[in-house]
Structures are given as structure tokens and as C-alpha cells.
Design a protein around this ligand. Structure first.
Ligand code: HEC
Ligand code: HEC
Ligand code: HEC
Length: 111
């Protein structure tokens, strides 16, 4: 094989196998939303199972970019109390629509 071609093949293999490249595209397996969005309050932090959701849904269900990552389809502004935007605008409406078992039960998300 000519030298240039070997280089190309090696680069391609490297890009495909590099775990940080994969992690970058798919994002984290799970996300501590309390920490990520700097939510204050007494409830146990929600560890969002990102991968579980990716397995069931298109990225565009939650992200503006159809390839995923970056901005979410909703703006999460109100982070206080039971009427917060996570509940009202994001997690609950979809759980109700998709009939997720115990989808609005506190322990499902708050551990
Ligand atoms: C059910 C909702 C949901 C789905 C579906 C979803 N994500 Fe996410 N994703 C989130 C949330 C919530 C975050 C954390 C908030 C944030 O990082 O802004 C996130 C974060 C990410 C991040 C990290 C972004 C950053 O700036 O740190 C990447 C990358 C990502 N998602 C990619 C994807 C891809 C690719 C898909 C489709 C295969 C996907 N997501 C599907 C909800 C979802
Ligand atoms: C666009 C739809 C959608 C959104 C938005 C969404 N979910 Fe879900 N969620 C689902 C579906 C569908 C399931 C059921 C997955 C399954 O049965 O494997 C689920 C299941 C779950 C589960 C249970 C996972 C398990 O292992 O059984 C948790 C916890 C959860 N969601 C948390 C959240 C949180 C927290 C948010 C908001 C930050 C959120 N979800 C937003 C669709 C959504
Ligand atoms: C589908 C997921 C989901 C369910 C079910 C859920 N929550 Fe939440 N909740 C969240 C997310 C996400 C946040 C914001 C991130 C965090 O606090 O970790 C939040 C934040 C909160 C907050 C504001 C922050 C704080 O610590 O005070 C309160 C209060 C709260 N939830 C109460 C409840 C109660 C009570 C229930 C049961 C009736 C419940 N939640 C069910 C996802 C959920």
C-alpha cells in the first residue's frame, strides 16, 4: 500500500475507535441535572439516564439540532419548586404523552 493511503486508513481507524470522539457525539451516558443546571433545593438530584432516552427517541425530541447536543427544545428558566420548567415543560409532558410507567412519580427521577 502507498504510504499516503496507509496514513489515511490509520487516521480513519483512529477516529472511529477513539472513545472521546464517540462520547463527544453521543454526550454523557447520564447527567446530574441538579449540578448541570445549578438547581437549588432539598430534593435529591436527578441523574438523567441520557442513553436510555437515546435508545428510544430521536435526538430532535429534545435537542434543536437533529444530530443532538447543544440547545434543548425548551428553555429551562424556572428551577424553583414543584412548578419548575423541568417538570412542566420538559420531562412530564413527554412522560404523560408516551405513558411512561410511574413517569410522574417522584422516586422515578429523584431516586
Ligand atoms: C429525552 C431527551 C433527550 C434525548 C432524546 C437526547 N438528549 Fe442529549 N441531552 C439531553 C439533556 C437533558 C442534556 C443535558 C443538558 C445539556 O447538556 O444542555 C443532553 C446533553 C447532550 C450532550 C452534551 C451537550 C453539552 O453541551 O454538554 C450531547 C452531545 C447530546 N446530548 C447528544 C445527544 C444525541 C446525539 C442524541 C440522539 C442520539 C440525544 N442527545 C438525545 C436530553 C436528550
Ligand atoms: C421526549 C420524551 C421524553 C422526555 C422529554 C423525557 N423523557 Fe424520560 N422517558 C421517556 C421514555 C419513552 C421513557 C421510557 C424508557 C423505557 O421504557 O426504556 C422514559 C423513562 C425515564 C426514566 C426511567 C428510566 C428507566 O431506566 O426505567 C427516567 C428516570 C426518566 N425518563 C427521566 C427523565 C427526566 C429527568 C426527564 C427530563 C429532564 C425526562 N425523562 C424527559 C421519554 C422522555
Ligand atoms: C420525570 C422526572 C421527574 C419526576 C417524576 C419528578 N421530578 Fe422533580 N425535578 C426533575 C428535574 C429534572 C428537576 C431539576 C433538576 C434537579 O433538581 O435535580 C426537578 C426539580 C424538582 C424541584 C426543585 C428543586 C428542589 O430540589 O427543590 C422540586 C421541589 C421537585 N423536583 C419536586 C418533585 C416532586 C415532589 C415530585 C413528585 C411529585 C417530582 N419532583 C417528580 C424531574 C422530575
Amino acid at each position: 500500500m502507498p504510504k499516503g493511503k496507509i496514513g489515511l486508513v490509520l487516521t480513519a481507524a483512529f477516529l472511529v475507535s477513539a472513545p472521546w470522539v464517540m462520547a463527544g457525539a453521543q454526550g454523557p451516558e447520564s447527567i446530574d441535572l441538579k449540578e448541570k443546571f445549578q438547581v437549588e433545593g432539598g430534593m435529591k438530584a436527578v441523574i438523567f439516564p441520557h442513553r436510555t432516552h437515546q435508545a428510544k427517541l430521536a435526538c430532535s425530541s429534545c435537542h434543536l439540532d437533529p444530530e443532538g447536543g447543544g440547545k434543548l427544545v425548551v428553555e429551562l428558566v424556572n428551577k424553583v419548586g414543584i412548578g419548575n420548567d423541568f417538570h412542566k415543560k420538559f420531562c412530564w409532558p413527554c412522560h404523560v404523552e408516551m405513558q411512561v410507567p410511574q413517569g410522574k412519580s417522584c422516586p422515578t427521577c429523584h431516586g
